[in-house]
Design a protein around this ligand. Sequence first.
Ligand SMILES: Cc1ncc(C[n+]2csc(CCOP(=O)(O)OP(=O)(O)O)c2C)c(N)n1
Ligand code: SF4
Length: 290
Amino acid sequence: MVKRIFKMCPEFEDVMPEEYKQLVEDGPYGREKGVTDLGSFKELIEEHPLCAGCGLALSLRLIIASIPVPEDTIIVGSTGCSSLLFPQVAIQNIHSIFGNQNAVATGLKRAMKLRFPDKTKDVVVIAGDGATADIGLGMVMQSWFRREHITTIMLDNEAYANTGGQESGMSYEKKVLNMAPTGKKFPKICLPEVAREAGCDYVATVSPGKPKRVQNAVRQAVLTAREVGPSYIQIYSPCPTNYKFKSNQTNAVAKEREKEGTYRMVEYVSDKARDYFKQFKGEEKHAKCN
Ligand SMILES: Cc1ncc(C[n+]2csc(CCOP(=O)(O)OP(=O)(O)O)c2C)c(N)n1
Ligand code: SF4
């Protein structure tokens, strides 16, 4: 396994912020840390303003603990509940106007390649279902058609939560929400299938109820985007506030939906990606980064 090496420049040690020093000394900068280590190291997100029991917060904690090289990653967020949390994440991140996230990520990835030709910079989009499957869908799909080397992660809470509970393309049929009082008239969009048809080389649906699966999917998706082509993860992130269940039931709701088959967990790896991954033969796939 190739070890990641990351050191603070000695000349700057005394002027670097305390938080940064802690991330180098006791956090995941330069080290292999994952979801099974949570609670034993300084995390990249330690507090947030989202509702108690928010599925997005659970998902983001896991996603962020799974990013293979956080110090060389840039997250592109979008408007929605998750955008309230990103200012407190110790990974470079940029907020994009609602729906524009994959266009912004495209420009960023290309600019990073020009600016740092000898370095790997991973660009990961993390946005809500409204931003991804509705208002930003055109830009999301065009980035997949163009085979941009970026990872797209949808936080699927099956609603426009931040604006009070409108239905989204990802809400399921007949679901009554605060601002969909007669129930949704159309079925849930099957975006994993759209992603596969649009050319994504790695596609997975996961939920925070199964942390190790989240980690494997995130690492595989980031590596795919780095070396093969676009990748897509959809993480089911139940919203207690709009779906009106108790805030300690979030993981139970996620597990129940998976068990009853109303939230399908799928994984698709293209032949190209499968060939690429073959070379690692059981090694930690993400370890081969600089
Ligand atoms: C261009 C633009 N259109 C609409 C809005 C209003 N708006 C803010 S958040 C939001 C809903 C976000 O829904 P989603 O992407 O599902 O994220 P969630 O809040 O559910 O996490 C909308 C419509 C906006 N801020 N900007
Ligand atoms: S409204 Fe829902 S998605 Fe938004 S912060 Fe609250 S629980 Fe999370």
